[in-house]
Design a protein around this ligand. Structure first.
Ligand code: CAA
Length: 257
């Protein structure tokens, strides 16, 4: 089914997802979540898709979970339904995914960007966790992923005061990988995704898995996992091809085998 809240574009091996609820600054309601899960599930199994870019509009990546949808909810309903738990499916996407952020990335919007593997921001980007001003706290990872990205000092500052951080501060703090001019944000994100897509997919997936696991594991467990993944890549033809191509001074032709 064609999604109503997303625009999906194909750019060679890269799928571009544009959040598209302009009337609500891309606020993340149940429909967005359902459609995003469906789109990512399709990209997961589609061999032609090797990387994804997720973006919003010039004004907003996403201004948070949908406050109008949440306002009337009561504890029993959201507890029994484990409200927001579906976002784990988005965070569990296995292929590389880049968030290209322009404008507001607030609350759930900032949390969604942090579920991605890296964030490219244009100079208009504003990040924040303003939930405290609504009488709640972040619920899609803001208290957990933010501290891992920027450390306790800045995470506490943002979560407790609800203030916004601009792109420069976010890059300095380690939340943002690259700052770009607005006119080249999407192109640069697509270019980086295409570059990733050009490499051996098993290596890319393992690289992502290894880096992502660092947030969950002790240093020794993480080093152990990294070493095992590293060793396992020597079972691939792409390791032979990549190293042969280097030695023969030619471009590697990877087959994902
Ligand atoms: N949910 C629902 N609607 C939203 C929304 C949100 N999170 N953010 C913006 N909108 C709507 C506004 O209500 C407005 O709709 P109407 O025209 O019908 O009034 C429309 O989008 C445009 O917004 P503004 O008129 O407010 O635009 P602005 O430029 O004046 O301000 C803004 C922009 C500073 C981002 C402001 O919209 C804002 O503060 N939004 C809410 C941010 C927020 O609190 N986010 C956290 C949500 S809670 C959450 O995310 C919990 C979690 O962890 C999962």
């Amino acid at each position: 089914m064609t999604p109503q809240t997303l625009i999906l574009e194909s750019h060679g091996p890269v799928a571009l997802i544009r959040l598209n609820r302009p009337e609500a600054l891309n606020a993340l309601n149940a429909q967005v979540l359902t459609e995003l899960i469906a789109a990512l599930a399709a990209f997961q199994t589609d061999e032609a898709v090797r990387a994804v870019v997720l973006t919003g509009s010039q004004k907003a990546f996403a201004a948070g979970a949908d406050v109008k949808e949440m306002q009337a909810l009561d504890f029993a309903t959201i507890y029994k339904g484990d409200f927001l738990s579906g976002w784990a499916e988005v965070a569990g996407f296995r292929k590389p995914i880049i968030a290209a952020v322009a404008g507001f990335a607030l609350g759930g919007g900032c949390e969604l960007a942090m579920m991605c593997d890296m964030i490219f921001a244009d100079t208009s980007a504003k990040f924040g966790q303003p939930e405290i001003s609504l009488g709640i706290i972040p619920g899609m990872g803001g208290t957990q992923r933010l501290i891992r990205a920027v450390g306790k000092a800045k995470a506490m500052d943002l979560v407790l005061t609800g203030r916004m951080m601009d792109a420069e501060e976010a890059e300095r703090a380690g939340l943002v990988a690259r700052i770009l001019p607005p006119e080249s944000l999407i192109d640069e994100a697509l270019k980086a995704a295409a570059k990733i897509a050009s490499f051996s997919q098993p290596a890319v997936l393992m690289a992502k898995e290894a880096v992502a696991s660092a947030a969950e594991l002790s240093l020794n467990e993480g080093l152990h996992l990294e070493r095992r993944l590293f060793q396992s890549l020597f079972a691939t033809q792409d390791q032979k091809e990549g190293m042969a191509a280097f030695i023969e001074k030619r471009k590697a032709t990877f087959t994902d085998r």
